[in-house]
Design a protein around this ligand. Sequence first.
Ligand SMILES: N[C@@H](CCC(=O)N[C@@H](CS)C(=O)NCC(=O)O)C(=O)O
Length: 104
Amino acid sequence: MSQSAKLELVSFKVCPFVQRSVIALNAKGIAYTLTHINPHEPPDWFKAISPLGKVPVLLVDGTPLFESAVILEYVDEVYPPRCTRLSLWKKRGIGHGSSFVLSC
Ligand SMILES: N[C@@H](CCC(=O)N[C@@H](CS)C(=O)NCC(=O)O)C(=O)O
């Protein structure tokens, strides 16, 4: 686990679970690429990396992390500052829409 890892978030445009990952990554200013798929018609490469067949999946140097809560935990642990409710709220000026992040 390192901050220099290459991150790719596998996404579905209207998925709220993806959005909480996007909010966390953006709030911490982390560089990542976004790859959209349709999880209801998943490509073969996605089936191979996603045991549950759901998005989001965060590829960390190619290793898949799945479940948005786990992704949030990873992002919070590896990329300081910790997103304690208070610190993110105060330091980043994040409003109500980010309550997903604050639940991590
Ligand atoms: N508990 C999962 C839920 C993710 C989820 O349900 N994603 C939906 C899209 S919003 C999905 O991939 N559905 C495809 C399916 O269930 O086959 C998480 O928090 O990551």
